[in-house]
Design a protein around this ligand. Sequence first.
Ligand SMILES: [Zn+2]
Length: 83
Amino acid sequence: MTKIKCNKCGDIIEGDKKGTYIECSCKTIAIDETEYYYRIIGNLEDFEVLEPENTRKMFEEEKQRRKEKENEKTWVVCFLSRI
Ligand SMILES: [Zn+2]
């Protein structure tokens, strides 16, 4: 399961594989996850992926890539990916 941490309230939330929409307590980030995909809702800078390792790496690389482009600093994104 995909596990993410909110950088604002510190909550750790986890997909349940049933597609339930789960928000952190400050509603900055959310996740829903099924057998086929996971979706993380929020600003990239507002959360960290804890698990699984390959997803964590992917997001770290994406953060790094965007840091290098100053003009891409502000965005609201929805990440959708097949598992
Ligand atoms: Zn939060």
